[in-house]
Design a protein around this ligand. Structure first.
Ligand SMILES: [Cu+2]
Length: 395
């Protein structure tokens, strides 16, 4: 019995000890160091989303990125990591920018560009026999327009212009509206002056088709309208916006009235060619032009006019799509300002009003002395990109 036990122990020792040695050796070869330190030359690389850097990660982090992405980021060449669309050469920039040297093809504005009429237009026509019901028809179309001296732009428009026509109605009116699409892609319309179900009325209208709906002007003021088809920002940055002015039930004092739509253009294309919207620039919010009524500096070249002592009323819409407007008239103070143009929102003595993208303002002022009064967005980068006009005041 004793001998059997010794033999058994010896056998066990001969089997177990070599097995342990063999298993340990195998595990080192197969799995490397088990202490948690990365083995030399095998560290994983992960790209941190916001740090802009490349970090060494523990081996347990399996989020290995494709080599090309890592390479692009580590060399600082972000373009390689972007979708192909972003690698399209950008507009040459400085030479075509307001304030820079005009392109060789530039012509004086008056030679080929008629200023957008800033006067408040007449009310929409009434439907015969129906009080307070007015008709409005807008047509979308693709047009090459001028956005600055010597700069053409492939626009998508309402009724062929940027901005589209000013819509003028009275509070309480019903607007019988039809949108007809003569463009090459689906478009739609969104009236900020209306209260309607967007999923029924602000829907895509295919090329060659029309869509009608009615809306009522419940609130007085100045409102934006725009295309709401995807990619909305691209449709807006291509020119699909305009202003609605709703007169209040209690008439406003008589005044000289102008409508100004501020907006931005983000241009892509070679200098001298027809520019088109650069969606990446729009997304990043770096406009080439900031304009009043669709054209850089147009009311500097062709001033608006007023008389001394006359009440002047500006209806302003900021169509954006990105920048806030800091609307200011140099040399004057606003007697009264009204957020979104509603008489109930009156303020007194403002120097500058903040107008968000998609918002509006009505400002009133009287100028005592004749002179040249510039109106600007006091967000001054916009001035250097074309958002400046002149009100010429005479006795
Ligand atoms: Cu559109």
């Amino acid at each position: 019995m004793f001998n059997d036990e010794r033999r058994f122990r010896l056998l066990l020792t001969l089997i177990v000890i070599p097995s342990v040695i063999l298993l340990t050796a195998y595990s080192v070869v197969a799995f490397g160091d088990t202490s948690g330190t990365p083995a030399s030359g095998t560290s994983n690389v992960v790209v941190t989303p916001n740090g802009g850097g490349v970090a060494l990660a523990p081996r347990s982090n399996l989020s290995v990125q494709p080599a090309a992405t890592v390479s692009a980021l580590t060399t600082g060449n972000l373009a390689k990591a972007q979708p192909a669309a972003t690698t399209v050469p950008a507009m040459t920039g400085v030479a075509s920018m307001p304030g820079g040297q005009p392109p060789a093809t530039a012509q004086p504005a008056a030679a080929h560009h008629a200023p957008y009429d800033a006067s408040l237009p007449a009310l929409l026509p009434l439907v015969p026999g129906r009080a307070n019901v007015r008709t409005l028809a807008l047509t979308t179309s693709d047009e090459v327009i001028q956005i600055a001296d010597g700069v053409s732009f492939q626009a998508w428009t309402f009724d062929g212009t940027v901005p589209g026509p000013v819509v003028h109605v009275k509070q309480g009116d019903t607007v019988t509206f039809t949108l007809t699409n003569k463009g090459k892609m689906a478009h739609s319309i969104d009236f900020h002056a209306a209260q309607v179900p967007p999923d029924q009325d602000y829907v895509d209208v295919k090329p060659g088709e029309s869509k009608s709906f009615d809306w009522t002007a419940d609130y007085p003021g100045v409102f934006m309208y725009h295309c709401g088809s995807p990619l909305v920002i691209a449709h807006m940055a291509s020119g699909m916006y305009g202003a609605v002015v709703v007169d209040p039930q209690t008439p406003l004092p008589v005044a000289r009235e102008y409508v100004i739509v501020q907006s931005e253009f983000y241009a892509m294309g070679k200098e001298g060619d027809v520019q088109q919207v650069d969606v990446n620039k729009v997304q990043n919010g770096s406009p080439d032009y900031v304009v009043f009524n669709g054209y850089a500096n147009q009311y500097k070249e062709s001033p608006l006019t007023a008389k001394t002592g006359e009440l002047v009323r500006f209806y302003i819409v900021n169509a954006g799509p990105n920048d806030f407007s800091a609307f200011h008239v140099i040399g004057t103070i606003f007697q009264k300002t009204y957020a979104d143009g509603n008489p109930a929102n009156v303020q007194h003595g403002n120097q500058t009003v903040t107008i968000p993208p998609g918002g509006g303002y009505m400002v009133e002022f009287t100028i005592p002395a004749p002179g040249t009064y510039a109106f600007v967005t006091h967000s001054f980068a916009g001035v250097n990109k074309g958002a400046v006009g002149v009100l010429k005041v005479t006795q």
